[in-house]
Design a binder for this molecule. Sequence first.
Ligand SMILES: *[C@@H]1O[C@H](CO)[C@@H](O)[C@H](O)[C@H]1NC(C)=O
Ligand SMILES: *[C@@H]1O[C@H](CO)[C@@H](O)[C@H](O)[C@H]1NC(C)=O
Ligand SMILES: [Zn+2]
Length: 307
Amino acid sequence: MKVELVALGVVSIASGVYGWGASGHQTVGYVAMQFLSPKALEFVQTSLGSTYSHSLGPAATWADEVRSQAAYTWSSVLHYVDAEDDAPDSCSVDESRDCADGRCILTAIANYTSRVVDTSLSDTERQEALKFLDHFVGDIGQPLHVEARAVGGNTISVQCNGATTNLHALWDSGMINRLLPGTYNSSATNWANTLVNRIKSGSYSSLAESWISCSSTTEPARRSVEGDILALLHPRADGTLVCPLVWARDSNSLDCSTVFDYTIGEDLCTSSYYTRNIPLIETQIAKQGFRLAAWLNVLFDGATNLP
Ligand SMILES: *[C@@H]1O[C@H](CO)[C@@H](O)[C@H](O)[C@H]1NC(C)=O
Ligand SMILES: *[C@@H]1O[C@H](CO)[C@@H](O)[C@H](O)[C@H]1NC(C)=O
Ligand SMILES: [Zn+2]
């Protein structure tokens, strides 16, 4: 998405958002809140304070709000990684190929993971690190934030509920905005509560452990979340992370299975494209919320402490 700013300059009035729309990001934060262990929860509540209602839900959209401000334009490229794969025929994320200059969502997650626990930084800097993590762990679950094709889908015009949008915005917010009013009374907290119940005792309960194993069928387990964070923060460690790369590959794989699979001219919010993909979007949001909690729990309490 190297020209994303140019493209979004045109579409942002219509779509209004970058990355999962506000509801998607807030829901990731609200899901994470329900799985935080004691010290992680205490840090989050104290750091965010009343400005964000002491919650990762409201704080999750800050990174999108500042991104267009002059003081934060440098952060714009950190919301994605331009996977130069051959989607939809062949999907892959390769950190040395796709993040060669060291400025993408993969390095940003590593950077803000180190910074959020760096006690030599000010409270304000650590709060910013937390807000960036809250947001980027969400973004990395959006398949078109881990794809270079068509500028992450920004240059592909599509229809949603009779309106013209683009494929990237459709995944950020178009399909979610159709889901929320009818199913969750337009409430991110209602949505989050439903996803949390699915993780605790419903259709996601058998999957949740695999979401935080940092392995997949294409990525044999090399590290746990605990091992990954130790590897980043230990003074003699190599400083590279495996888990965010696994998460990126996980969402990038959807670019080969479903994201680009539609008929030109069909309305993607009223056709089978919607019914096929909205469950995947719900799963991505739940996954990223659960992964965010695991990440913060290891950072502040030393273990994932999750079901
Ligand atoms: C790391 O964080 C600092 C402070 O926000 C920022 O200036 C720098 O660009 C970040 N680098 C990456 C790769 O995220
Ligand atoms: C839906 O949301 C509205 C506005 O927040 C509220 O007044 C109403 O009671 C809610 N409906 C249900 C069924 O929860
Ligand atoms: Zn974003």
